[in-house]
Design a protein around this ligand. Structure first.
Ligand SMILES: Cc1cc2nc3c(=O)[nH]c(=O)nc-3n(C[C@H](O)[C@H](O)[C@H](O)COP(=O)(O)OP(=O)(O)OC[C@H]3O[C@@H](n4cnc5c(N)ncnc54)[C@H](O)[C@@H]3O)c2cc1C
Length: 372
């Protein structure tokens, strides 16, 4: 399917693909099984200008488009799926919220090291009692005359980050929510016992025990929640692109395998039962890519998350026992893409959003209010 990319975009893709093939492909399997974020890759990506692609030049980025970052993720993931994380984290989500709402001073202290690939930032939003219901968060920011004191806890963030963009409550209700920036060495900030996601990556609970945040580290004051979530919409594109790219990686691997693997004296690609699987996978991948290009984040994330997982899982089936081993990256892509159906807005919450737009109504999810 022709997605109408310009010659310039094709050149951009070719040069990134060449880089990924030469520099990243050889270490792809090892990187996928390492629990930590690939910091070495982030530094190499920064050196060739692939971090901060979507951030204005005035803020230290390269002033490109979201689509440039999407293309970069896809090209890198073709050769090293895990390395695509470095581009996603360096272009979507917390880094863009920081670039958009941060003060000049915050951009110098927090944003610049991210664009240089020297530091990693994660969003600390989810709490033990506030998952999909984000606005139920309880972590408080209380004025202490010299800034704020942060108290509370979060679950699921990467415990190896240098910086945390923490959603906090300055006061009651949605209007009371905003965010602060802090570093892992802040006094009173601690990280609980690391645990593993199904993907093999680590997460850990984090705790704030009277952590002092000076006024200059407040990113968004009370009333900032909606702005923050708008910025988080772009995170969905980073997440959606990786899902799709992982599905494509597995499709390509299974295609190669079906051409060479013989059973009953014939290559697998000659069995109609498998040909139809490939046809179905191709339709899903092209349809999801169209949604991504269309830039409707809810539909794009929904389609790419489902497609990425379904195609990766089907490709594993085509590869039989080998697909289920850790000799290839296909099983990793299945495990990893499963998480994106939960993280950054679960499939169900995305469908809730779509239903609201279809019916042009707000459906409260809470028991105490009558649906309006
Ligand atoms: C791989 C991964 C990485 C993550 N990284 C981070 C991170 O860096 N920082 C961070 O803060 N958090 C992170 N999270 C947490 C993530 O944001 C939450 O897991 C997510 O918001 C869902 O919250 P929950 O797990 O508490 O599930 P719950 O909210 O308890 O939901 C449980 C199930 O019920 C469904 N559900 C809930 N409410 C509704 C409803 N109204 N209608 C229909 N279905 C509903 C959900 O979709 C889900 O299937 C990560 C999660 C994963 C899996």
């Amino acid at each position: 399917m022709d997605f109408g990319f310009t010659d310039q975009q094709r050149l951009f893709c070719d040069s990134i693909a060449a880089f990924a093939r030469m520099e990243l492909a050889a270490g792809a399997l090892a990187r996928a099984h390492a629990p930590e974020f690939p910091r070495d890759v982030a530094k190499r990506m920064a050196a060739i200008g692939l971090l901060g692609v979507t951030i204005p030049e005035a803020d230290g980025g390269t002033g490109g488009t979201l689509m440039d970052a999407v293309l970069a993720i896809e090209q890198v993931a073709k050769y090293c799926p895990r390395s695509a994380d470095a581009i996603a984290e360096g272009n979507f989500g917390a880094i863009r919220v920081l670039a958009h709402f941060g003060s000049d001073d915050q951009k110098r202290r927090y944003l610049a090291p991210l664009i240089r690939g020297e530091e990693v930032i994660v969003v600390a939003m989810t709490e033990p009692d506030a998952g999909s219901a984000t606005t139920d968060l309880k972590t408080t920011a209380t004025p202490d005359g010299k800034g704020f004191r942060i108290n509370g806890s979060k679950v699921f963030p990467n415990p190896f980050a240098d910086q945390y963009l923490v959603y906090v409550r300055y006061g009651p209700g949605v209007e009371g929510i905003g965010s602060v920036l802090l570093r892992r060495d802040a006094r009173g900030f601690s990280i609980g016992k690391p645990s593993k996601f199904m993907s093999g990556a680590n997460w850990a609970p984090i705790f704030f025990d009277n952590v002092h945040v000076p006024p200059e580290d407040v990113l968004l004051p009370a009333g900032g929640f909606r702005k923050q979530i708008a910025g988080f919409n772009a995170e969905r594109i980073g997440n959606a692109t990786r899902s799709l790219a992982y599905g494509q990686y597995c499709f390509d691997a299974a295609r190669e395998y079906a051409l060479i693997r013989k059973q009953f004296g014939r290559p697998l690609c000659e069995f109609q039962g498998l040909q139809w699987k490939f046809a179905d996978m191709k339709v899903k991948l092209d349809a999801a890519r169209s949604a991504l290009v269309a830039d409707e984040t809810t539909i794009a994330k929904l389609m790419c998350n489902q497609t990425g997982f379904e195609v990766a899982n089907e490709a594993l089936q085509v590869m039989g026992g080998l697909g289920y081993t850790q000799e290839t990256l296909v099983e990793y892509c299945v495990r990893r893409s499963r998480g994106w159906m939960i993280a950054g807005g679960s499939i169900e919450m995305l469908k809730n959003r779509l239903a609201a737009s279809i019916f042009e109504r707000t459906f409260s999810q809470r028991p105490s209010k009558t649906n309006k």
